[in-house]
Design a protein around this ligand. Structure first.
Ligand code: PXG
Ligand code: PLP
Length: 439
C-alpha cells in the first residue's frame, strides 16, 4: 500500500530526471557539510556541482543554518501583500547597495523561474505604462535557459525543454547563440571572436520594428546549455543596440550571480549594466528557495504615477520575501563578505582553468570552456546513443566519490566558492579517473 514502505520510490515524479533510470539505480543523499555530501550508504562524495549551481558557500554553513533556525522560532510568516516584515526591506536595501549603479529596486520571488517571469512582466508593463503598449515582443537567445515557466521556456532556447509544450507565449524571437567550436574551440575565458553576433538584434528590429520589441533577455554566461562564455565585446554591443532601440536589457544571473564568476553579478565582471537582473540560487546559498529581480530605479518611478491607492504592478507571490528565505539570504551575504568568498573564487580561477583544460587528452572530448568557477566539456557522443557517455561519466564519477552535473554528453563543473586548492585538486583527480574509464 502506498505510504507504508520506507524504501518505496514510486510516488515521487522526479524533476529533469530519467525516472526509470533513477529507480533502477537510486542514489540518495542524506547529509552534507562544506564541499561534501554523504549518501544513504554512508559514503562521502565531493560536490563538484555546488548543489545545482546554488550552494556557493558550501553545504550547511553554520551561520546560515543558525539564522534559519532562529528566524523559524521568531516569525514564520507574515502577509506579503499589504503587510511587510523589516528584514525583507533590509535585504532589498543591501542588494541595491551592492548592485550595479542604478539597479535600486528589488522584487522578491521564490526561484529563478519566477524571477524570469517577474522580469518579463515588469518589462511589458513598463512599456505599457509609458504609453508604448505595442512593445510586446520578447527576445531570448538560442541555447538560453530561463527556467521552466511558460515565459521562461518561450524566450528560452533549449529545444528539449520546449518541444513537449505546444502552446507558449506568442511574439517571441531568439538571437543566435555565441558558440562556434571552429572559431573558439578550447578557449580559456572570453573568446575573441563573436561580438558581431549581437548585431542580430538589428535584424529583428528590421523585421518587426523596434516599436514592437519590449525586452531582450540573456544569461551573461549561458549556464545550462554548457557554459557558453560571451565573446569579448558582445555584451557591450548588445547593451548598446538595446539602448539605441529603446529595448530593455535583462540579465538572467540566476547562475552567474553571487560570486560564481568572482563578483556579485556578471554585470560587474563584464562592466555592462542591464536594466533588470534576475537572480536566485546563490542568493540564499540554496538553503531556502528565493529569487529576486533588481530593477532600474527610474523604471520603478514610472510606475508610481497613477492614483495613490492603486496597486502599481498586479504581480506578487504568497511567499515573496519569505522570512526564512530572507534570514538565509542575510546570513549568506554576511558569509560572502566576512569570508571573502568572491576574492577566494577569483584566486581559484587559474587552477580551475588549468586543471579543466588538462583533461583534454583523457577522453574523446570535442571542446572545453570556462570562466570564473564555471566550466564545461563536451564528450564525443557514442554514435547512435546520445547521452550514453554523459550518463556513464556521471555514474563513474559517483563511484569515485564525486558528484558532477551532466546534461546529454556535456559535463558542467562548478565547485563551491569555499573549495580549498587541495580539495579542487581532489575533485579533478577523481574526475580524471572517471573520464579514463569511459567506453
Ligand atoms: N535562469 C537561469 C539562467 C538558470 O540557470 C533558472 C533561470 C531557473 O531557476 P529555478 O530556480 O526555477 O530552477 C535557472 C536554473 C543545470 C541546472 O544543471 C540549471 C538550473 C537549474 C537546474 C539545473 O544546468 N538553472
Ligand atoms: N493557486 C491558487 C488557487 C492560489 O490561491 C494561489 C495563491 O493564493 C496560487 C495558486 C499562487 O500561489 P503562490 O502565491 O504561492 O505562487
Amino acid at each position: 500500500m502506498a505510504g507504508n514502505d520506507p524504501q518505496a520510490l514510486d510516488a515521487l515524479w522526479m524533476p529533469f530526471t530519467a525516472n526509470r533510470w533513477f529507480r533502477a539505480t537510486p542514489r540518495l543523499i542524506t547529509e552534507a557539510a562544506g564541499v561534501r555530501y554523504r549518501d544513504a550508504d554512508g559514503r562521502e562524495l565531493l560536490d563538484f556541482a555546488s548543489g545545482l549551481w546554488c550552494v556557493n558557500a558550501g553545504h550547511c554553513h553554520p551561520r546560515i543554518v543558525e539564522a534559519i533556525r532562529e528566524q523559524a522560532g521568531k516569525l514564520d510568516y507574515a502577509m506579503s501583500f499589504q503587510l511587510g516584515h523589516p528584514e525583507a526591506f533590509r535585504l532589498a536595501e543591501r542588494l541595491a547597495a551592492k548592485a550595479p549603479d542604478g539597479l535600486e529596486r528589488v522584487f522578491f520571488c521564490n526561484s529563478g523561474s519566477e524571477a524570469v517571469d517577474t522580469a518579463l512582466k515588469i518589462a511589458l508593463a513598463w512599456h505599457r505604462q509609458r504609453g508604448h503598449a505595442g512593445r510586446t515582443r520578447l527576445v531570448g537567445r538560442v541555447r538560453g535557459y530561463h527556467g521552466v515557466g511558460f515565459g521562461g521556456i518561450s524566450v528560452g532556447g533549449i529545444g528539449n525543454n520546449r518541444r513537449q509544450y505546444p502552446v507558449q507565449l506568442p511574439g517571441t524571437d531568439h538571437l543566435p547563440h555565441t558558440h562556434a567550436t571552429a572559431q573558439m574551440g578550447f578557449s580559456r575565458g572570453q573568446p575573441e571572436w563573436g561580438a558581431h553576433l549581437a548585431d542580430a538584434l538589428d535584424d529583428l528590429v528590421a523585421l518587426h520594428g523596434a516599436e514592437s520589441i519590449a525586452a531582450v533577455i540573456v544569461e551573461p554566461v549561458a549556464g545550462s546549455a554548457g557554459v557558453l562564455v560571451p565573446p569579448v565585446g558582445y555584451l557591450e554591443r548588445l547593451r548598446e543596440r538595446c539602448t539605441a532601440h529603446g529595448i530593455l536589457l535583462i540579465f538572467d544571473e540566476v547562475i552567474t550571480g553571487f560570486g560564481r564568476i568572482g563578483h556579485l553579478f556578471g554585470a560587474q565582471r563584464f562592466g555592462v549594466v542591464p536594466d533588470l537582473i534576475c537572480c536566485a540560487k546563490g542568493l540564499t546559498n540554496g538553503a531556502v528557495p528565493m529569487g529576486a529581480v533588481l530593477v532600474r530605479d527610474d523604471l520603478f518611478e514610472d510606475f508610481m504615477a497613477g492614483p495613490e491607492l492603486a496597486i502599481e504592478l498586479a504581480h506578487g507571490y504568497t511567499y515573496s520575501g519569505h522570512p526564512l528565505a530572507t534570514a538565509a539570504a542575510h546570513a549568506t551575504l554576511d558569509v560572502y563578505d566576512d569570508e571573502g568568498l568572491f576574492e577566494h573564487a577569483r584566486s581559484l580561477e587559474q587552477q580551475f582553468e588549468d586543471r579543466l583544460h588538462g583533461l583534454k587528452q583523457r577522453a574523446a572530448i570535442s571542446d572545453i570552456r570556462n570562466i570564473g568557477l564555471m566550466g564545461a566539456l563536451d564528450l564525443e557522443p557514442v554514435p547512435g546513443e546520445p547521452s550514453r557517455r554523459g550518463i556513464t561519466l556521471f555514474e563513474n564519477a559517483f563511484a569515485e566519490g564525486l558528484v558532477v552535473r551532466t546534461a546529454g554528453d556535456t559535463l558542467a563543473l562548478c565547485p563551491p566558492l569555499v573549495t580549498r586548492p587541495d580539495e579542487l585538486d581532489m575533485m579533478f583527480d577523481r574526475l580524471e579517473r572517471a573520464l579514463v574509464a569511459l567506453p
